[in-house]
Design a protein around this ligand. Structure first.
Ligand SMILES: Cc1cc2nc3c(=O)[nH]c(=O)nc-3n(C[C@H](O)[C@H](O)[C@H](O)COP(=O)(O)O)c2cc1C
Length: 418
């Protein structure tokens, strides 16, 4: 039987994804000191390009050369080298798969010394001068001060500069040959910081009410739309309405309404932040019926609520999908249109072509179980929850580095010869 995952999806921009399986954004942590793409990126992404994906998202690309999420991030800010970016886009699109670049600003989640031109003494910027809370114990508090510090509240000028940086980066990516961008509004980064009442205590036009907290995201999307050509895809990644986001479901749906009124081509749903890294959970594959299979995904309940309110919005859900049955169940019940796959796409960059969309592979073999990435002993005794997520990210980023060197990547917990 032909899988529902093999059906194409046409976005409002006109971009056609040949199937429902999209490689999610994964920070590669592979850039050299110039923070520009090069052969390693081209090699890793040409593996994904050959994997039979419906679309490929890049890892997050920073738009402000002062602030990075991690030292190996790519940056598009002042005079980026167009030829290198054209080669990067061409590698992703070498087998005709749409290429979407994710753009991001870390806000208060920019660790000191994480790269960029920011000096050791410069503060990160954020909607309000509220530091991250990575734990209430003394070690967590000390780590927070040393690693992140307290951010500086953004001035109106900072806000306008940052909006322009997002728009300029999008225009540049269109020129480089990407099919679209995804604005990273999830995982506690700058846009999510504006959306949330926990990190946005402003009393000006950009804070103070649910609607005003959405204004930064709305104006950024409007500026991006003005900057890019017609037909260029503009999507957004947002957190589900959970403890780490805006609070109530209704408030989050209000913000989504304001965002969709600008006109987005797809909405990706995820969840979590450095304070509460839900997106980096591990999930087991349920062994029961197809319906219960969809339970492997982390954020489907929220997707169903968004679907009920915005039936025409193209929805992508990322986090926890591990089996063909689970993915089919989510698409067939209408909870989402697109399945985002993060860690599994690293374990096998060709998973769609070789397994998920391959009719000769039975369902019981079209699944993967991933153990949590190993945490070094010393880190495992430090009571800071983000360390587990950090180790998980580090583990998979190392595996992406292996793919870039033409080597196999390995799933945690699965024995292998190195
Ligand atoms: C190494 C690594 C890097 C990641 N980098 C990003 C990123 O740059 N942008 C983003 O939106 N999510 C990022 N994520 C989160 C993934 O996109 C995804 O939401 C998460 O891994 C859950 O999906 P999964 O269960 O399929 O892995 C990253 C995850 C990993 C493991």
């Amino acid at each position: 039987m032909i899988s529902s995952l093999s059906e194409s999806v046409t976005l409002p921009s006109g971009l056609v994804l040949p199937n429902r399986l999209v490689k999610a954004a994964l920070a590669e942590n592979m850039a050299a000191k110039d923070h520009q793409p090069g052969p390693k990126f081209e090699k890793a992404y040409s593996e994904w390009a050959a994997g039979g994906w419906g679309g490929i998202l890049t890892g997050n690309i920073m738009v402000d050369d002062r602030f990075c999420g991690s030292p190996g991030d790519l940056i598009i800010d002042k005079n980026p080298p167009l030829e290198k970016w054209k080669a990067y886009a061409a590698a992703i699109k070498s087998k005709g798969v749409p290429a979407i670049a994710q753009i991001n600003h870390p806000g208060r989640q920019a660790p000191i010394m994480s790269g960029g031109t920011r000096s050791f003494f410069d503060k990160a910027i954020a909607p309000s001068a509220i530091p991250l809370n990575i734990g209430d114990n003394l070690i967590a508090k000390a780590a927070r001060v040393l690693v992140f510090g307290t951010p500086r509240e953004m001035s109106s000028e900072d806000i306008q500069i940052t909006i322009r940086q997002f728009a300029d980066a999008s225009r540049f990516l269109a020129e480089a040959g990407f099919d679209g961008i995804e604005l990273h509004g999830a995982h506690g980064y700058l846009i999510a910081q504006f959306l949330s009442p926990k990190s946005n205590h402003r009393n000006d036009a950009y804070g103070g009410s649910v609607e005003k907290r959405a204004k930064f995201a709305v104006e950024t999307l409007q500026a991006i739309r003005r900057a890019v050509p017609k037909g260029f895809t503009v999507g957004m990644k947002l957190n589900s309405a959970d403890a780490s986001q805006a609070g109530s479901l209704e408030e989050t749906l209000t913000q989504i309404r304001l965002i969709t009124e600008v006109g987005i081509d797809f909405l990706e749903i995820s969840g979590g932040s450095y304070e509460n890294p839900q997106m980096m959970q591990t999930s087991a594959v349920p062994r029961k019926s197809a319906r219960s299979s969809a339970r492997e995904a982390f954020f489907l309940d929220f997707a169903r609520a968004v679907r009920a309110r915005f039936p025409k919005l193209i929805l992508m859900v990322t986090g926890g999908f591990r089996s063909r049955k689970g993915m089919e169940a989510a698409v067939e019940e209408g909870a989402c249109d697109i399945i985002g796959l993060g860690r599994p796409s690293v374990v096998n960059p060709h998973w769609p072509k070789e397994i998920l969309l391959n009719q000769t592979v039975p369902d019981q073999d079209a699944q993967v179980s991933l153990a949590p990435a190993p945490l070094p002993w010393l880190l495992s005794i430090i009571p800071i929850s983000v360390l587990g997520a950090g180790a998980e990210t580090e583990y998979y980023a190392t595996q992406i580095g292996r793919i870039a060197r033409g080597l196999l990547s390995f799933a945690p917990g699965v024995p292998h010869a190195s």
